[in-house]
Write a protein that binds this ligand. Structure first.
Ligand code: KG4
Ligand code: ZN
Length: 334
C-alpha cells in the first residue's frame, strides 16, 4: 500500500514552513520567512512574526502542494508544531492545522518542535538509530537529548542555563557590527582568523553537567571589543569566539554519548550549519567511535518538513492523534 502523505506546519518563530512527505520521502519543503522585517530590530519581533504567518500560511501551503504535484485532497494527516516557541506565532500554525484537519477529515498531530528537529534527519539519512543522541543548537534552544524512539520517548539531558548558542552568535555579531542574524557572518569572518588568537572562557565546560552557558562568553567578547576598539581583528575575535562555543558544544555532546553508551550523534538547529562545528564534531566523533549525522543546512534551520517527518513517525507508531482542542504551548516540555 502507498505510504501516507503528511502535511507539516511550522510557525514557532519567524519561518512559515510547510513540508510534505510520503512516509519518509520528502516531497516538498516550502518556507516563507519574515526575517527581513525583523533585521532592523536586531531580533525577532513576536507580533510582526504572527502577522507574517497569517499572511503567508495559505500561499505557502499552495506552493508546497504545487511543488509536490498534489492537491489538498491527497493529504492523509496534518502535523503542526504545538510548542515550544513564540505564543502568537504558534497559535497561527495550530489554528491553521486544525482548520485543514477538520476541513479534510484527516487526523491532526500536535508535535514538539525539538523532537521534529531530530526527526527531520530521516528524510536525508534514513531511519534513526535507536537510541541516538541529539544536540539541537539554534537561536532559541541549545539542548542535549537522549532519543530512544523519536515517536515515543525523547529525554532531555541538558540545556542552556542562559543564552542559546545561536543567540550568542547573534549578540556577538552585533558587538562586532555584523548584520543579523549573525551566525553565518561570524562563520564567514572566522575563516580569515585564528581560533586560538584570544582565550575566551568556556562556560560550564568542566562542571560535570550536560548544561551549557554562553552569557559569560558573550560578555567576555563585549569587554574585549570595548578594550581593543580600533586595533581589533574581527576575524580573530570571530574565530576565537566560535572556537569557544563549538569546543564546549562538541565536548558535552560526546560526554553525553559516553555517559549513555550511545554511538550515534545527530546535530540539528540553525547553528548546525556552522562550518567549524561540523568539522570539530566530525573530528571528535571519529576519535570516539561515534557516527555523526548532520542534516543539510536547509533541514537544520526551522522548516515544515521536520514537522511532517515526525508526523509520519507518529502515524507509523500508531500513536493516537491530538484532539482538535489541542493548545499551542510556548513552553511545551520535551
Ligand atoms: O534553527 P534556526 O533557523 O531558528 C531558531 O532559532 O529556531 O536557527 C537560527 C540561528 C541564528 O541564531 C543564526 O545566527 C544561527 O542559527 N546560525 C548560525 C549559522 N547559520 C545560522 N550560527 C553559526 N554559524 C552558522 N553558519
Ligand atoms: Zn528550531
Amino acid at each position: 500500500a502507498d505510504q501516507p502523505i503528511v502535511l507539516g506546519i511550522e510557525t514557532s518563530c519567524d519561518e512559515t514552513g510547510i513540508g510534505l512527505v510520503r512516509g519518509h520521502t520528502l516531497l516538498a519543503d516550502t518556507i516563507a520567512s519574515s526575517i527581513d522585517e525583523h533585521a532592523r530590530f536586531g531580533g525577532v519581533v513576536p507580533e510582526v512574526a504572527s502577522r507574517a504567518h497569517l499572511d503567508a500560511m495559505s500561499p505557502t501551503v499552495e506552493s508546497a502542494l504545487a511543488k509536490a504535484g498534489l492537491r489538498l485532497a491527497d493529504i492523509d494527516a496534518i502535523a503542526v508544531t504545538a510548542g515550544p516557541g513564540l505564543a502568537g506565532a504558534l497559535l497561527v500554525g495550530v489554528a491553521a492545522a486544525k482548520a485543514y484537519a477538520l476541513g479534510l477529515g484527516v487526523p491532526l498531530y500536535g508535535v514538539n518542535h525539538l523532537a521534529a528537529h531530530v526527526a527531520v534527519d530521516q528524510l536525508e539519512h534514513g531511519p534513526l538509530p535507536k537510541p541516538c543522541l541529539a544536540m539541537l543548537v539554534s537561536g532559541g534552544h541549545s539542548s542535549l537529548l537522549l532519543v530512544p524512539d523519536v515517536a515515543k520517548e525523547v529525554i532531555s539531558l541538558g540545556s542552556t542555563v542562559d543564552d542559546a548558542a545561536g543567540e550568542a552568535f547573534d549578540k556577538v555579531a552585533r558587538v562586532l557590527g555584523l548584520p543579523f542574524p549573525g551566525g553565518p557572518h561570524i562563520d564567514r569572518a572566522a575563516r580569515d582568523g585564528s581560533g586560538t588568537a584570544i582565550a575566551f572562557p568556556r562556560g560550564k565546560a568542566d562542571d560535570g553537567t550536560l548544561d551549557f552557558s554562553f552569557s559569560g562568553l558573550k560578555t567576555a567578547v563585549a569587554r574585549y571589543v570595548e578594550k581593543h576598539g580600533g586595533s581589533l581583528s574581527i576575524p580573530d575575535v570571530a574565530a576565537s569566539f566560535q572556537e569557544a562555543v563549538v569546543d564546549v558544544l562538541t565536548r558535552k555532546a560526546l560526554a553525553a554519548c559516553a555517559q549513555h553508551d550511545v554511538h550515534d550523534l545527530l546535530i540539528g538547529g540553525g547553528v548546525a550549519a556552522n562550518s567549524r562545528l561540523r568539522a570539530l564534531a566530525q573530528e571528535r566523533c571519529d576519535a570516539a567511535g561515534v557516527r555523526l549525522r548532520v542534516p543539510r543546512p536547509g533541514l537544520c534551520t526551522d522548516n515544515g518538513a521536520m514537522v511532517a517527518a515526525l508526523g509520519a513517525n507518529l502515524l507509523e507508531a500508531g500513536i493516537a492523534p491530538s484532539p482538535l482542542t489541542i493548545p499551542a504551548d510556548s513552553s511545551l516540555p520535551i
